[in-house]
Write a protein that binds this ligand. Structure first.
Ligand SMILES: Nc1ncnc2c1ncn2[C@@H]1O[C@H](COP(=O)(O)OP(=O)(O)O)[C@@H](O)[C@H]1O
Ligand SMILES: [Mg+2]
Length: 596
């Protein structure tokens, strides 16, 4: 339901009133058109030429009709040839107009897409934690596609129609002022009413479509849960539900049909009526010798042109509104805060990998009222292995996010080596760290590329060495394509343990000072866990490592264990010390696990 419900609103929401401010905002996007302004201008010239060429057509046709009265076959042939020539020119102009606008559009869109994407991936984590991936994805795809329509057709058409209307009315007045007055009194009014009609009809037909979609949801749901429907003997109930929805469709559709019928009557009577009125008055003028038959012919053709353009322009206007809505959505991304890029000369390298938290308070920006970490202080010496344990939701992963500086602390300080975390350039900070998460994401590509992700400069030998240390060689070489095996959405599906070992190989290749393992082994079976654990032990050698683990067996060897509860550090010490505490949380957690 929600899916279809949403689509219903989309249309209304996406349309923005065109105001000075919104237009000004959208004009910011013209930065991306600017490099192609020359091509665009040439395209405009062709647009003008092709519109002008179409305007010659009614004139020459009128001449042809008048020539029929004069008996000069030469004249008739000449005009016919001229007409043909004009059509040929129009054909050539139109080709260039369309092709040139397509060049501008495609190049502009590509640079806009690239800029949006580059902007997007550099935004602060705060931005991503507040939005859904689907929404962001749609910005890049559908909003930009809407702009594509606008750039290629809408703007060009809009201009073309305006040219036709302006030139058309000027020519009409030139041919006969009186007839133009009558035409302007009738035709535009009728056309505008017709446009309003059309709007109403489109709205109703959309309602009818939505009603059909709603009824389809019932079919979809019940077929998916057919076992449940049958088990509860609810076939009749579902049938009645479906019947009600499909009966609703009749109502909406018939309402639409009434409007369509009225529209047809209106067109037949008023539009053709006003055309008849214009022709009648035109013939009267011909009778009184104020107008030639050819001119009347020309006049009627121009009126049709102008009328059609008036009708088309309303539609184009609503498309422009949608495009402006899309640019506003898109521009929001450009107004968001980017992660700062510190200048290189200030940059310090992390050499030891010591971590200290000093009285850190933290709340997520999206939920600033909930303190996730409270007055948290601890130190991890260089090269130490420290385990972080505690119930889920205690704030363990949050600590890793702060070390990676995905978010800023609310109070207190984080020091890496001897410097505050803010004194490092982001790139240098993160380059010194690697994280192996619980749920490893592999990118579409080969296994080789996925390992190389840890350090794109590594040699083939280094990649293979990393895979060996990560205990991954055996399964990689078992694939017929070996390292070239494709993984990710379109490739082979790897097991959790296999993905984990690729992530470990990635981390080995990165050779970080600080290693973070966030429940890296918690979703594995015991056979994989063993292989992964061996790989992890290899990886942790000689590095500062922060290990978050569910299975306490994996952290018994840690130099220090920090026990976290509701964002506070409640205990710390090594395994033996913590076990010795009578009412300790660690001891509690430990006994719980033994019981399992
Ligand atoms: N991106 C986020 N935005 C808001 N709150 C979050 C976010 N991530 C985690 N939290 C909240 O912070 C608390 C600690 O979460 P987390 O650090 O993931 O716990 P742990 O890793 O110990 O299970 C939880 O209450 C969780 O709901
Ligand atoms: Mg966690």
């Amino acid at each position: 339901m929600a899916r279809f419900g949403r689509r219903k609103n989309d249309d209304d929401e996406a349309k923005k009133k065109i105001t000075k401010a919104s237009l000004k905002k959208s004009l910011r996007l013209f930065k991306y058109v600017k490099p192609y302004a020359g091509t665009f201008a040439v395209g405009l010239v062709f647009l003008f030429l092709s519109s002008a060429a179409s305007m010659v057509f009614p004139y020459l046709t009128g001449q042809l009709v008048d020539a029929a009265n004069t008996d000069f076959l030469d004249q008739i042939n000449r005009i016919a040839l001229l007409l043909l020539g004009v059509f040929f020119l129009n054909a050539v102009f139109s080709f260039f107009r369309i092709y040139l606008f397509a060049i501008v559009t495609q190049k502009t869109l590509a640079s806009l897409r690239q800029a949006t994407y580059y902007q997007l991936i550099r935004l602060k984590m705060k931005f991503f934690s507040e939005r859904r991936v689907g929404e962001l994805n749609s910005r890049i795809s559908s909003d930009i596609s809407l702009l594509q329509e606008t750039l290629t057709t809408t703007i060009a058409e809009f201009l073309r129609q305006i040219i036709i209307i302006v030139i058309g009315i000027a020519l009409l007045t030139y041919i006969s002022g009186k007839l133009t007055l009558l035409m302007l009194a009738l035709v535009p009014v009728v056309v505008l009413v017709a446009v309003l009609f059309g709007k109403k009809i489109r709205k109703l037909s959309k309602e009818a479509q939505d009603a059909v979609a709603d009824s389809n949801v019932i079919v979809e749901e019940t077929l998916q849960g057919i076992a449940t429907v049958k088990a509860f003997v609810n076939e009749r109930f579902e049938y009645l539900r479906y019947k009600k929805r499909t009966d609703d469709v009749i109502g909406v559709s018939l309402k639409g049909a009434k409007w369509r019928g009225a529209f047809a009557s209106f067109i037949i009577f008023c539009l053709f009526g006003s055309i008849v009125a214009v022709i009648w008055y035109g013939v009267v003028l011909v009778q009184e010798d104020q107008l030639s038959i050819g001119d009347l012919f020309t006049f009627i053709l121009y009126s049709v042109f102008v009328g059609a353009s008036l009708g088309g322009i309303a539609d184009l206007y609503s498309q422009l509104q949608k495009a402006i809505g899309a640019t506003e959505n898109l521009l929001e991304i450009f107004d968001e805060d980017k992660e700062e890029e510190q200048e290189k000369q200030f940059s310090k390298k992390i050499t030891e990998g010591k971590i200290s938290f000093k009285a850190v308070d933290f709340a997520y920006p999206s939920r600033s009222d909930v303190e996730v970490l409270k007055n948290l202080s601890f130190e991890i010496e260089s090269g130490q292995q420290v385990a972080l344990v505690g119930p889920s939701g205690a704030g363990k992963s949050t600590i890793t996010s702060l070390i990676l500086k995905f978010f800023e602390v609310s109070k207190g300080e984080i020091l890496i080596d001897k410097l505050k975390i803010n004194e490092y350039a982001l790139a240098d900070l993160r380059s010194a760290m690697a994280i192996v998460p619980q749920d490893v994401v592999l990118f579409g590509g080969s296994i080789y590329d996925n390992i190389l992700y840890g350090n794109p400069d590594a040699s083939k030998k280094e990649v293979k060495e990393a895979a060996r240390k990560a205990n991954a060689v055996e399964f990689i070489e078992a694939f017929p394509d070996g390292y070239d095996t494709l993984v990710g959405e379109r490739g082979v599906q790897l097991s959790g343990g296999q993905r984990q070992r690729i992530a470990i190989a990635r981390a080995i290749l990165k050779n970080p000072k600080i290693l973070i393992l966030d429940e890296a082994t918690s979703s594995l079976d015991s056979k994989s866990e063993q292989l992964v654990q061996q790989a992890l032990d290899e990886l942790m050698k000689g590095r500062t490592s922060l290990v978050i683990a569910h299975r306490l067996s994996t952290i018994q060897k840690a130099d220090n264990i920090l026990v976290l509860q509701e964002g506070r550090l409640v205990e710390s010490g090594n395994h033996q010390e913590l076990l010795a505490k009578e009412d300790g949380l660690y001891r509690d957690l430990k006994t719980l696990q033994m019981g399992v």
